[in-house]
Write a protein that binds this ligand. Structure first.
Ligand code: ADP
Length: 176
């Protein structure tokens, strides 16, 4: 059980391939709900990732550090593999943070939250509604826009945009 003097730890899991302005907004806002946030970057072998797990961890860390020191002191970025509920317990967290965009995320999140609640009813999932300006941003669409030669600048930081453009060029050249 959570006691008043124990810091409230949350886990924000996801693929972050790559992290978008939507993810960063959720990270920033989640620190208002929890004292410490662990951003858990999923190894996720089933997805064909644009960036490796080590790259994604490094990119999310750099994104957080670029926002401000206070945020970096309260947010830890780690990779994780396996059952989320086990990971949440292992890091001493009691809250899972997820972002919710309009109706598209609801069905999947509803099922996953129900399943997770069965696995461990002591752990709560907290949803933060995507901010109005981030409703339509997803890593998948950002990658698609980039692959088709569109500008990704409105959806990700300039550092992420640069890395994405470089990676897409490498892929097109057959290097990755
Ligand atoms: P997953 O593979 O778990 O879907 P993502 O990296 O795509 O991983 O998303 C991680 C979490 O961030 C999910 O809860 C997702 O709903 C949320 N999220 C993604 N994009 C946005 C956004 N633009 N605004 C708010 N939440 C978002």
């Amino acid at each position: 059980m959570q006691t008043a003097d124990r810091p409230r730890v949350g886990v924000y899991p996801g693929s972050f391939d790559p992290p978008t302005n939507g993810h960063l907004d959720i990270i920033r806002r989640a620190t208002r709900v929890v004292n410490k946030l662990v951003v858990a970057v999923a190894v996720n072998p089933s997805k064909d990732a644009m960036f490796t797990i080590d790259e994604r961890v490094e990119i999310v860390r750099a994104e957080i550090a670029a926002i401000n020191n206070d945020l970096s002191s309260r947010v830890e970025v780690r990779s994780f593999e396996g059952l989320l509920m086990q990971y949440v317990r292992d890091v001493g967290a009691t809250i899972i943070v997820r972002g919710l965009r309009a109706v598209t995320d609801f069905d999947y999140e509803f099922q996953m939250t129900g399943m997770n609640a069965r696995l461990d009813p002591e752990i709560e999932t907290v949803f933060l509604m995507a901010s109005e300006s981030h409703q339509f941003i997803s890593s998948r669409l950002v990658k698609e826009v980039g692959m088709l030669g569109g500008t990704v600048a409105p959806f990700v930081s300039s550092a992420v945009a640069k890395r994405l453009v470089a990676r897409i060029a490498e892929r097109k050249a057959g290097k990755r």
